[in-house]
Design a protein. Sequence first.
Lengths: 570, 349
Amino acid sequence: MSRILNHRDTEDTEILNNLRVFVSLWLARILLWLVPLSFLVLAFFYPLSRILSLTFNPQALTAENLLLASRVLLFTFYQATLSTLLTLLLGLPSAYLFAHYDFRGKSVLRALTAVPFMLPTVVVAAGFSALLGPRGLLYTLFPLASFSFTGTLSAILIAHVFYNTTIIIRVAGNALSSLDPKLEAAARSLGADSWRLWWNVTFPLLRPALLAASLLVFLFDFTSFGVILLLGGSQFATLEVEIYLRVLRLPNLPLAALLSVIQLICTILFSILYSHFVSRSTIQTAPRSAESNIRKPKTLREKIFVAAFAILLASFFILPLSALPLRSLFRLEADRGQRGEIQYGFTTDYYSELFINRRDSIFYVPPIQATVNSLGYAGATVVLSLLLGFPAAFALAKPTRLERILDPLIMLPLGSSAVMLGLGFILSYGAWLTSPLLVPFAHTLVALPFVIRTLQPAIASIPQRLRQAASSLGASPLEVWKNIDLPILRRATLAAGTFAFTISLGEFGATLLIARPEYPTIPVAIERFLSQPGGLNYGQAMAMGTILMMLTLTSILLIEKIRIPGTGEF
Amino acid sequence: MKHFLLLTLMLLAACSPAATATPQSTEPQTLTVMTHDSFSISEGVVKSFEEANNAKLVFLKSGDAGAVLNKAILTKDAPLADVLFGVDNTFLSRALEGDIFEAYESPALSEIPDTFKLDESNRALPVDYGDVCINYDKAYFADNNLAVPQSLEDLTRPEYQDLLVVENPATSSTGLAFLLATTAHFGDSFTEYWQALKDNGVVVVDGWETAYYTNFSASSGHGPQPMVVSYGTSPAVEVVFAEKPMDDAPTASVLGPNTCFRQIEFVGILKGTQNRSLAEKFVDFMLSKQFQEDVPLQMFVYPVHPNAALPDPFIKYAQAPEQPAVLAPDVIAEKRDAWIQAWTDVVMK
């Protein structure tokens, strides 16, 4: 108040001060942006612009090409929208389940839902085939239920839901568990029923996180590649698949460039839309522990919901996943005479074979070494993506005009064609292709949007008034950080780190593209086994897939263990 | 800016050994070999080359054969490697038109049969060959008293309805090779043949892995189709990688005239290499008996050297057709896209 009264007297110094604050704010922002932006320029914009400027040609804009492009674009939209809606249908109640209820086996179930996300498509496809394929488990149990799975749109949709539900559970669940229960209690005491509570209180609060999660899922479905090729077939070509075909199979680089530009434009549009929605609806929440929201189901209705949904989730995720360990320990012995009969013979050969370099190949890699390689790359990716993600997320949390322009750029690496980007990498950094360091860089490029999108809403939700109140009551900046920022950020940092870790573990394309064959990751090793005939090769691929699955499952469980204690004590 | 520089420096520091290998008399000289994912070689064979030539071999795998070639053409002004192995006859013309190789008349070529030398100016030198053939499930045919088809025409007969799985030639090089066999045999009427195959229930999948492991009945996947487009050596691989020792291969190949398509793989010295003399030595080495005899069990293809001894499983179980389908590389280069398009219009519509 006094400042306003004295305003006229101190006008000059005030302007100077404002200017100083303004300049230092901008300087701080530029510093925040410097690291992540340089990375994006180096690892994304530069290589992509090199390949596009080499291949893009306005002469590719023929009626025929545009017709093809619009047909592919339409299908890409169609399947991505359907997939996202289905993923929300399963993901939202699951997020609610995990955020509100405590039940036996919860942490394992939660970890299970994240496993598909990091399994390479070949392994997931093998799992689904073992379950739903022509000789699959389902067929053996119900021989009359004859249906085709691979090669259908349903296969693509189911695989997309299978892969991406974890994004909704993690991002939306994170937001759900940090909602203030007092708000709900207040609304209820004012007479709101469940529906109105959801529509007027919960949903508006959740909207930024929901939009962020849906957009990530949509983008993943939009640029889907391996799932389409392995489970659907190229008649269900998305933009990404068509680009791949036009680069490697029916070479027409100008058409591929045209399609990549279309895909990029779409991604920019989604990102702008997203930033527009999110910047309007950031809500600050109280710093609270996750547990205070979580309780055991009490009423019969709650118990039924929890039990039914947990079983549904478990079967949806466990059945295809269990096909892997099953096939890695049991060989199929079809009776030669009756082709319908299949017996399972127990064997540990596949695992022991992993340790034998039968052909003395120079590219043989013992499973431990592949595991160490994978973990090393994943650890480097976590560090790198958090280092780059934090400054960007801080800058984005309180957006100025600069951020509104830069914000959509963050998402671009997710929506650009990996095939084209790969070519750009080779064109730009050809001489460095033999460096193993390029792998965590490529993985970070994929992980960074996740990391930033997970951290940003959490940073934005740190209530400034609470921080100010704490400071004015005498709390040191360190104490403010420890008691207010950290509890909120800790959860988000763990979620972001988990994303980076798991993305790196399962990433296959970029690793294959730039990896030295001497340092393969587990997914690369799996692919090597699957590219040759022979029962042992197939079995070893399943065994390696099982190792990857166990590894990811344990990593996630460990991370959740860190997450559960601690948060409540602050 | 500091971080930017740091980042660049980190990259540079990590990569400099490969980027700036300076040849010295004591330090081994690095030779980079660009190749496809299926390439393999024994540790001992690599060592003997490295020791004999004071060299260090670095292998750079860049996807399948098509991807490797694309990358080589794209980077020909600043080549990523000294030697490229793995261009086959279906891609040979594109490689030669792309002008990525330096000619090298290796003395070792004198021992290689002329039928494999498709490039007269020796920019691409033959190393190995293999045939894409239809594999069949021996047990299925025996149990059902079904005769094994002897020709492409046989496959359209009603007794083979729904029994064959092929790969899409637009997405799979194995599928492309089989399409080429049909165009070599039927000429322009190959589309009618594919219409007949489609009417007879041919199953199309996108890649060899799916065809072999999900659809083929004699593989570990125990799929529904007893015939699959694979390789003439696949039966031998089934024995080498059998879960239990086998006295006989569970599969065999259809070997009738023109049913198989022969793929020959070539090696070439990349234009602009700084290690020309070492690259020459490596090419000579690839044509030597030591390397040639390592080829069969590493990559499951045949050596081009006529005197290279074949391993046991190859002699017993691998089969090579007497009359594989043949097409000139320039005809393939000229017509491939149109053929794939025509195939897509008939089979996928």
